[in-house]
Design a protein around this ligand. Structure first.
Ligand code: ADP
Ligand code: MG
Length: 220
């Protein structure tokens, strides 16, 4: 599903190019549940941006679901993201003026689906996540755990090749965090490929495989 070979990425600070990701080789097969574990400043968000096609590599190759991302023009990456990746963020990134249902179906509406079609398609996921009694609520009326479940339902709406989560439990209390991780386990059992990024070993342990990132370098 993911195949990165010798990927490098750095940032310019003034005149100087500072390497952040160094010779990254990383593979994820379909159906895997992988955690990327590393301390603050190790390059996790930069790697997530690479995996999520949110930024261009400096060098190396990246195949996502068979597609050569390193050869894809930047203007086509938005569509690749919409089709291939379900993002889950620490701060949920829900649209505050939309209700739960509107937030969940939004990626499908963007794709050109009618509201009715989109809502029908999301109903199984909505029931699975136990948020069917909250559909007309605004995000501000939900608990953190509920907001994260809405964001997971939104991520699943497009039937993505991978679920990509950045510190998904980072803003949650212990119990809600556990529930989200339990849900990830269930989604993986159902066949979803999950890549989760975290600085917390206890969170990483929920995954079936842990990859460490330290100072921009990966190791199993
Ligand atoms: P993490 O998510 O693991 O905390 P990041 O990927 O955010 O790590 O950052 C890794 C390193 O890259 C840090 O030293 C950070 O200062 C640097 N960095 C990240 N983004 C930029 C940027 N846009 N410009 C310059 N340096 C950056
Ligand atoms: Mg980060």
């Amino acid at each position: 599903m993911i195949r990165m070979s010798d990927v490098n990425k750095g940032y310019f600070v003034g005149e100087e190019q500072v390497p952040v990701l160094k010779h990254i080789n990383f593979q994820v097969e379909k159906g895997e549940y992988v955690a990327i574990l590393g301390p603050s400043g190790s390059g996790k968000t930069t790697l997530m941006n690479m995996i999520g096609c949110m930024d261009l590599l400096d060098s190396g190759e990246y195949y996502l679901d068979g597609l050569a991302i390193h050869e894809t023009p930047e203007e086509e990456l938005t569509q690749v993201r919409n089709e291939k990746i379900g993002f889950i963020f620490q701060n949920y990134q829900l649209i505050p003026t939309y209700n739960v249902l509107q937030n969940i179906v939004m990626p499908l509406i963007i794709r050109g689906m009618t509201r009715k079609e989109a809502e029908e398609r999301c109903m199984d996921t909505i029931r699975l996540l136990g948020i069917d009694h909250r559909l007309t609520h605004k995000p501000s009326e939900l608990s953190g755990g509920q907001k994260q479940r809405v964001s997971i339902a939104r991520a699943l709406s497009c039937n993505p090749a991978i679920l990509l989560a950045d510190e998904p439990t980072g803003a949650l209390d212990t119990n809600s965090g556990k529930e989200v991780l339990k849900l990830f386990g269930e989604l993986n059992e159902m066949g979803n490929t999950i890549v989760m990024i975290t600085h917390d070993l206890n969170v990483a342990k929920a995954a079936k495989r842990i990859v460490h990132i330290i100072d921009g370098e990966l190791s199993e």
